[in-house]
Design a protein around this ligand. Structure first.
Ligand code: AMP
Ligand code: GLY
Length: 435
């Protein structure tokens, strides 16, 4: 009999990491699982390590000593810290893009220049290192205008500005007050795009690739997409308003040329290429590139995936994706985030969570932990997004109804969630979008 594999998952210890671990644990070949970082959910299926996801040498030392067979990288911070490069140099098997390939995510200025160089469809833009020059430019642009910090900022470095004053304030916060520290040394100022926003995930081994069904996140905290941006309040997949034809166009105009360009530039992309796209009236346009699974997109994908995730990851690392067929369930999935009161602003941690033992037993419901921990005997909140309630159904309406019914049983002080996840997708379906 084949030995079981020891697996390490490096990431932000959120719902995405729990979902990847949950799916991997179902593989017949999965042995012990380790998480750096983890949460109270991952602790139920593996061992949480007290190592930061950016401490690349501590991680590779651990992998060597523990004889980890394969490591998965799930978070942008770990990729930007060069964890893939460090593991490869140490001769360790790891899945994810190199530091230089993941620059598509960790530098928005680099990504925009790359898109321009390769004629990829995206919003018109300018890059600035100088506050005064950026401010001069702003004054002449049509409104609304989008101001973005160049580097990683927990999904909060983008400001959509409806007045020149607001744009000035955003620039000042990013470049002068440095609210995102060095991530704001450079800014991108770009044209405001209009249309439904979707998430695309393509798995690439550097040569071959496979595009997952389309999904959609809901980034704003408030219903009807009001209020500040968050790291993501809920996802659905697949999308009823995105047909084969749109997917073919996205492949032809965006995924294929991006992966080809990465290869040509000597930085082949291995891992998940996740562009967020706006389906504008002039066709799909790239809002940004991410170099890893989305959170909470991953949670919905893991509910729909019908192939062994470990087989897929190994085929990717061995550059044999062309020999692997990725199968999806013929269902719809959703994942709804339950967040702390006050998120994405200030919130209080340590609130007792109740009701999840009962909900866990409900048909088709899986709870993915995000920021949870066990204190004494109690499960408590430990961050902004606390839990993801995921569900599947034959239709999107059915999947959503089950998830919302489950949520009724769960509570913690201040708990907030969006009650309209999937609503705009269902509205678009009714209007027979895009016709
Ligand atoms: P990003 O971190 O670049 O994904 O931006 C966060 C969110 O801001 C996106 O998910 C969009 O909803 C919005 N956004 C970013 N860039 C634009 C743009 N050029 N036009 C309209 N909305 C944008
Ligand atoms: N779904 C948003 C993100 O992962 O960046």
């Amino acid at each position: 009999m084949q030995n079981k594999l020891k697996i390490l998952i490096i990431g932000a210890g959120g719902g995405r990491e729990h979902a990847l671990g949950w799916k991997i644990a179902q593989s017949g070949r999965a042995g012990e699982l380790f998480f750096a970082r983890g949460n109270a959910g991952t602790a139920q299926i593996g061992t949480n390590l007290d190592i930061k996801e950016t401490d690349t040498s501590a991680l590779s030392n651990f992998a060597k000593e523990e004889k980890i067979d394969i490591t998965l990288v799930a978070s942008d911070d770990a990729l930007a810290a060069g964890v893939v490069d460090e593991f490869r140099q140490a001769g360790l098997k790891i899945w994810g893009p190199t530091k230089i390939a993941s620059k598509l995510e960790w530098s928005k200025a680099f990504a925009k220049d790359f898109m321009q160089r390769h004629d990829l469809p995206t919003a018109k833009f300018r890059v600035f290192n100088n506050f005064e020059k950026a401010n001069e430019y702003l004054k002449e642009q049509p409104l609304p205008i989008v101001v973005k910090a160049d580097g990683l900022a927990l999904g909060k470095g983008v400001v959509i500005c409806h007045s020149v004053e607001e744009a000035y304030g955003a620039l000042e916060n990013i470049m002068v007050k440095k609210i995102f520290a060095d991530s704001g040394n450079t800014v991108v100022i770009e044209e405001f795009l209009v249309g439904p926003e979707i998430s695309i995930h393509a798995l690439s081994d550097g040569k071959n690739y496979d595009i997952f069904p389309p999904s959609q996140d809901h980034k704003r905290i408030g219903e009807n997409d009001m209020g500040p941006n968050t790291a993501g309040m809920g996802t659905i997949a697949p999308l009823p308003f995105v047909d084969e034809e749109i997917m073919k166009k996205i492949d032809k105009d965006i995924i294929a040329p991006t992966l080809e360009a990465m290869r040509k530039e000597g930085t082949p992309f291995e891992g998940i290429l996740y562009p967020s796209l706006m389906l504008t009236k002039d066709g799909p346009k790239i809002i940004e590139f991410n170099a890893r699974f989305g959170d909470p997109e991953a949670q919905t994908y893991m509910r729909l995936l019908d192939t062994d995730l470990l087989d897929i990851i190994e085929a990717c690392v061995d550059k044999k994706l062309n020999k692997t067929k990725i199968k999806w369930k013929n269902s719809f999935a959703c994942n709804i985030a339950l967040a702390s009161g006050g998120y994405p602003g200030n919130y209080i941690k340590g609130k007792i969570i109740s009701g999840i033992e009962e909900v866990k037993l409900q048909k088709d419901i899986i709870i993915f932990h995000a920021n949870t921990k066990v204190e004494g005997e109690k499960l408590v909140t430990s961050g902004g997004r606390v839990l993801g309630i995921s569900s599947v159904g034959d239709t999107l309406v059915e999947a959503l109804a089950k998830a919302y019914k489950a949520i009724e049983k769960i509570s913690f002080e201040g708990m907030q969630y969006r009650k309209d996840i999937g609503k705009s997708a269902l509205d678009l379906e009714k209007t027979n979008y895009p016709n």
